[in-house]
Design a protein around this ligand. Structure first.
Ligand code: 6CS
Ligand code: FE
Length: 297
C-alpha cells in the first residue's frame, strides 16, 4: 500500500482544495525536479525549471514539423463524432476552443507524444518513466480567441482526477508564434512553490463547464496578488516550434486574442509512472478518460 494511500482524504490530504474552507497558500511538499538523471536539459536549464517552474526551449521543432502539425489541426475535428466531448466549443459560438486526447486520435500527435525531445525531458525532470496524463490542442483564433482564467493544473488534476503528488509537467508546443499581442500563456514565476487551496466545492461533472469557462479551482485575487508579489508575472513568448515546459503546479492563464494573428498550441502532459491516478480527492466520480488517462497500458 503506497504511503500516500493511507492519507485520510478528508483531513490529511496535504493538497486539499475546494473543501468549503477559506483560501490558503501553503508550501509545496514535493520537489520540482525529482532525482538528477541525465537528459536533454543542461544543468542551468534544470536549475531554471526548478526555480521558475517553467522555461521555453526555442525552435525545438522545425518549421516543416510545425507545418505538418498545423495541417493536422485542420483534420482534427473530422476525427471525432459530431457531439464528442473531446471537442470543446467556446460558449455562445461555434468556435472550437480545445480538442482533447489528440495523442490517441491522431497518428501524428501520437508520434509527437512519444518524441524523445519531450519524453526524455519529462523523464529527466520527473526522475522516472512517464506516460501521457492528458493531451489537447488549445485554439486561440485571430480576433476570436478567448481567455483561460488563472489556475494551477495540479489543483484540478489532484481534486478532480486523483493525481496524488506534484510529479507531472506539461510540454506546450507553440504551433504559431506566441507574441505579446496574440494571447500568449502567462505564468507567475516561482508560483509552483506554493499551493493555493481554492474556495468553493467542486460541482458534479464540473468539467462540462470548466473546460469552457473555469469557475472552481480559480484562486481569489488576494492569493494571485501574493504570488505575483513573491515572483513575477511573465508571458511565455517564442517563435513557432518552440516548447514551453511548465510544472504541473505553475500558476498560469491567458487573455483573449484580439489580434489578427492566431495562437494555437498543442499540450502533452507527462505524469510520472510513480504518480498514477487514485480516486478524486473531491470525492466525486472520476472525470472521463479523455481528460485523465487511467489505463496507462
Ligand atoms: O481541467 C483540465 O484538465 C484542463 N483545464 C485547464 C484550464 N488547464 C489544464 C487542463 O487542460
Ligand atoms: Fe491549464
Amino acid at each position: 500500500m503506497k504511503a500516500f494511500d493511507r492519507i485520510d482524504r478528508r483531513t490529511e490530504d496535504p493538497y486539499s482544495s475546494r473543501t468549503g474552507s477559506e483560501t490558503r497558500l501553503v508550501e509545496r511538499l514535493d520537489p520540482v525536479v525529482w532525482g538528477s538523471a541525465e537528459g536533454p536539459l543542461s544543468p542551468e536549464e534544470v536549475q531554471r525549471f526548478d526555480s521558475d517552474g517553467f522555461f521555453v526551449k526555442e525552435r525545438l521543432f522545425s518549421e516543416s514539423e510545425v507545418a505538418e502539425m498545423m495541417t493536422e489541426l485542420e483534420r482534427l475535428p473530422n476525427l471525432y463524432d459530431e457531439s464528442a466531448q473531446e471537442v470543446v466549443i467556446e460558449p455562445g459560438t461555434g468556435i472550437i476552443r480545445s480538442i482533447f486526447r489528440v495523442h490517441r486520435t491522431s497518428a501524428l500527435f501520437e508520434k509527437i507524444s512519444k518524441d524523445l525531445r519531450l519524453v526524455d525531458t519529462a523523464r529527466q525532470v520527473l526522475g522516472s518513466d512517464v506516460y501521457i496524463h492528458q493531451s489537447r490542442v488549445n485554439f486561440k483564433g485571430a480576433f476570436d480567441g478567448r481567455a483561460f482564467r488563472w489556475h494551477s493544473d495540479f489543483e484540478t488534476w489532484h481534486v478532480e482526477d486523483g493525481m496524488p503528488r506534484m510529479r507531472a509537467l506539461s510540454a506546450s508546443i507553440l504551433l504559431t508564434d506566441n507574441t505579446p499581442v496574440n494571447g500568449p500563456l502567462m505564468l507567475i514565476r516561482g508560483s509552483h512553490w506554493h499551493y493555493v487551496r481554492c474556495p468553493g466545492r467542486t460541482p458534479n461533472e464540473h468539467y462540462k463547464e470548466s473546460l469552457r469557462d473555469q469557475r472552481y479551482g480559480v484562486p481569489p485575487k488576494e492569493a494571485l496578488a501574493q504570488l505575483v508579489d513573491r515572483g513575477e508575472l511573465v508571458q511565455a513568448l517564442g517563435p513557432k516550434g518552440s516548447v514551453l515546459f511548465f510544472d504541473c503546479n505553475a500558476m498560469h492563464g491567458s487573455t483573449g486574442n484580439m489580434s489578427p494573428f492566431a495562437r494555437h498550441n498543442v499540450f502533452m502532459v507527462f505524469n510520472s509512472t510513480q504518480n498514477t491516478l487514485q480516486s478524486p480527492f473531491c470525492g466525486l466520480p472520476p472525470r472521463p478518460s479523455f481528460l485523465a488517462e487511467r489505463d496507462i497500458g
